[in-house]
Design a protein around this ligand. Sequence first.
Ligand SMILES: NC(=O)c1ccc[n+]([C@@H]2O[C@H](COP(=O)([O-])OP(=O)(O)OC[C@H]3O[C@@H](n4cnc5c(N)ncnc54)[C@H](O)[C@@H]3O)[C@@H](O)[C@H]2O)c1
Length: 257
Amino acid sequence: MTMATNFDQRVALVTGAGSGIGRAAAKLFAAGGARVIVADINLSAAEEVAAKIVADDGQAIAARVDVADEASVEALMAIIVKEYGRLDIAFNNAGISDEQHSWIDFPTDKWQQMIDVNLNGVFLCMKHELKLMVSQEPLQDLRGQIVNTSSGAGLTPAPGQPHYTAAKHAVLGLTRSAAQEFGHKGIRVNSVLPGLTQTSMISNQPQAMLDHLAKASPTGKLGSAEDVAKIAVWLCSIDAQWVNGQAIVADGGGLMH
Ligand SMILES: NC(=O)c1ccc[n+]([C@@H]2O[C@H](COP(=O)([O-])OP(=O)(O)OC[C@H]3O[C@@H](n4cnc5c(N)ncnc54)[C@H](O)[C@@H]3O)[C@@H](O)[C@H]2O)c1
């Protein structure tokens, strides 16, 4: 995986970095010279990713965070300030999936859990990241770059998934709200919207269904974690400094169908 982007001196937080898209993004940020906080609810997975980055001559620390828990998010920010003294980039990517449910019998606890992680988690992370970013000196005129992971389900409903669909739509609203309010402070906020991507999140889906969806896509395949991570990392780069408040679909054109 190579990328020309230069993140020297930048401090980059990635949530959900123990696996999939977040793990790929953490590696890319580190390869670009960033000091990376590999954050995940699964600490041992985060530690493995951070150790791999360090073994490859990058800079990273692992931290446990539950993005749905404000005290845990605040504790993460305290670690970032203690270790690195600032926060330039935040990729709010942690998320969960769920099986399909009928509206009529929808389990309310599943609704709540989804909203807690996939929506409140993004809000809580942004709230505390923005607090840190506005208080720091800018680097190259920028105080911060934030990217939130939404989904194709942020634009079009995922069948049997009103909770996932609602949370991912709302991530776009949160993104635009913050982009509007913090643009004049030198902070950009965008969303990346992956289509079906080959990570552990979809590993329990029937292979026949995945093959069918891959064939139906214009590219004839599903995306990899790296395919999506490259877009998120680019959005955090200086090259993307004129992109703000946008929802960038990363799916090889699958959403056109
Ligand atoms: N894989 C896909 O097809 C797909 C499609 C669209 C959107 N997405 C989104 O991409 C993001 C990353 O998913 P992925 O595909 O890499 O899945 P993944 O399961 O490989 O990674 C998700 C990571 O988030 C972590 N996590 C879960 N809950 C957390 C919490 N409360 N606090 C902190 N970390 C937590 C998990 O431990 C895991 O390491 C998610 O937001 C997901 O909704 C994925």
